[in-house]
Design a protein around this ligand. Structure first.
Ligand SMILES: Cc1cc2nc3c(=O)[nH]c(=O)nc-3n(C[C@H](O)[C@H](O)[C@H](O)COP(=O)(O)O)c2cc1C
Length: 466
């Protein structure tokens, strides 16, 4: 008992000493800190501008920190700069549109109403691809971009909710095919993953002409950026870059696309064949060639799209923003009378259920997402990387933390994420007084400003409904 009392007395004494001593350093530091602040403010207010640290403030407003850092990176190495995840430049997006809630003249659908989110890609194909959800994982290359575990996690996560994943332009990864319920194989400009037995494993094939983030820029993938196993699969020597040409060897003239579509259709026994492209001023001309080639689907990847690494000039200064491209493509396909036969998938910058649903109301049939899926999947696994490394070191195939990526955990997160998107979209569809995505149209939206109204053809918020 006496021992216990002595212990508590010693403890209380120590605590009191700490409490009394703690402010001491602060009391000593306070005048030093105040002197430093005063000195700094005085210097800022009196030194000539060109000797004054304040010049950094105005200089960084003239050239924002991003530009200064990117130019510093250019100065440290003469190669083309490779920026992950697409352009930081903000373009017009879907935020100028709001949905029009069903209240009385149109009643909301009851909360118990089933909402149909299903999507059929290539309804006229011999083997149409039927999905439960119109949100798909965009093509993200195995080995050149993402690690094997990440690709498998995407395959498992998308399978769990009944949607498709896309191979991207890496080497064919059999495990990804095995775990994917619906697998879209990308037919790119490289020479790999094109054997007939590989192509026959696809549920759909996407001929990649370009991407929103990098248009058709040649891909020069350095040895350090390629996963070891992928390098072996590609039979690439250790010190050699992997080159993804800007053109397909088989497409020398626009008409050649039709021959390629035909070849792939025959070879696969009729799975949907599509084309992925970046939209530009000649979008309608490109689409005319694509429609004539009798494709089953079109993947239109807007300028806001992400990528593993792209040159800033390609990411910031090329390609129509997603909303412009989407509206023009929908209009073109309708006027051409093929909107019901050719499935339109829109990609580039989708990150919320609201944006996806607005695009679907404007006429997209399905949405491709890339970057958002990676953030959702990585979830709190980022804690394995930060604060010392960027989280992408977990996801890139060549990342130093790639073997710490937990594939099962990520697949579960992705399934949650996609399910949450679906539930939010269903809630919104009911509030439009509808029960199926097929019932949505531009009439469900209102434009908040004239420019958005002009771009999208959606009624202005200032106009009465007629
Ligand atoms: C890590 C990563 C790898 C990608 N790899 C490919 C690829 O191999 N082929 C391709 O056509 N697009 C690729 N993309 C682009 C996506 O397919 C898609 O167009 C883009 O992610 C959509 O924009 P979002 O990221 O804003 O959703 C990649 C994107 C990311 C983020």
């Amino acid at each position: 008992m006496a021992g216990l009392t002595a212990f508590f007395a010693a403890f209380a004494g120590a605590l009191l000493a700490i409490l009394l001593a703690a402010p001491l350093p602060f009391l000593l530091l306070k005048p030093v800190f105040a002197w430093m602040v005063r000195r700094f403010v005085k210097l800022v207010m009196s030194e000539p501008y060109n000797e004054n640290l304040w010049e950094m403030m105005t200089a960084l407003q003239h050239h924002p920190p991003r530009i200064v850092v990117e130019n510093a990176l250019r100065a440290s190495s003469p190669g083309v700069l490779e920026r992950p995840f697409g352009s930081p430049v903000k373009r017009m997006d879907f935020s100028g549109l709001v949905f029009s809630p069903a209240q009385l003249s149109v009643l909301p659908a009851p909360e118990s109403a089933h909402v149909d989110l299903r999507l059929t890609i290539g309804p006229a194909a011999d083997k149409p691809l039927k999905l439960e959800l119109p949100i798909l994982a965009a093509g993200m290359a195995y080995g050149l971009g993402l690690g094997e575990r990440v690709k498998i996690a995407i395959a498992k996560g998308t399978a769990a909710v009944g949607t498709a994943t896309n191979s991207g332009e890496g080497p064919f990864l059999p495990e990804e095919r095995e775990y994917a319920r619906y697998y879209i194989l990308q037919y790119h400009s490289g020479h790999w993953a094109k054997e007939p037995e590989t192509l026959r494993q696809a549920d759909a094939i996407e001929i990649r002409l370009g991407q929103g983030a990098i248009a058709s820029a040649v891909g020069q993938i350095r040895p350090v950026s390629i996963e070891e196993k992928a390098r072996h699969m590609l039979q690439l020597p250790d010190n050699q870059n992997l080159v993804l040409p800007s053109r397909h060897a088989e497409i020398k003239r626009p008409d050649d696309l039709a021959k390629l579509v035909d070849k792939l259709r025959n070879l696969t026994g009729g799975v949907p064949i599509g084309v992925k492209l970046a939209p530009g001023a000649r979008l309608e001309e490109d689409l005319e060639h694509i429609v004539r080639a009798e494709v089953d689907f079109i993947s239109l990847d807007g300028g806001e799209a992400g990528t593993k690494a792209g040159a800033p000039i390609m990411e910031d200064d090329f390609a129509l923003p997603t909303i412009f491209a989407l509206v023009r493509a929908v209009r073109f396909l309708r006027e051409r009378g093929v909107k019901d036969r050719i499935t339109l998938l829109s990609g580039g910058g989708y990150s919320t259920p609201g944006r996806c649903l607005k695009a679907l109301a404007l006429g997209a049939d399905g949405i491709y997402m890339g970057t958002s899926l990676l953030w959702a999947m990585t979830h709190d696994q980022v804690l394995k990387a930060i604060p010392w490394e960027p989280p992408t070191q977990l996801t890139w195939g060549s990342g130093m933390l790639a073997d710490r990526f937990d594939e099962e955990e990520a697949a579960g997160r992705l399934a949650n994420f996609l399910t949450s998107f679906a539930e939010e979209m269903k809630m919104a569809v009911r509030c439009l007084g509808k029960t199926s995505l097929k019932e949505l149209n531009a009439d469900d939206l209102v434009a908040l400003d004239e420019w958005t109204g002009k771009v999208t053809g959606v009624r202005l918020a200032t106009e009465p409904y007629r």
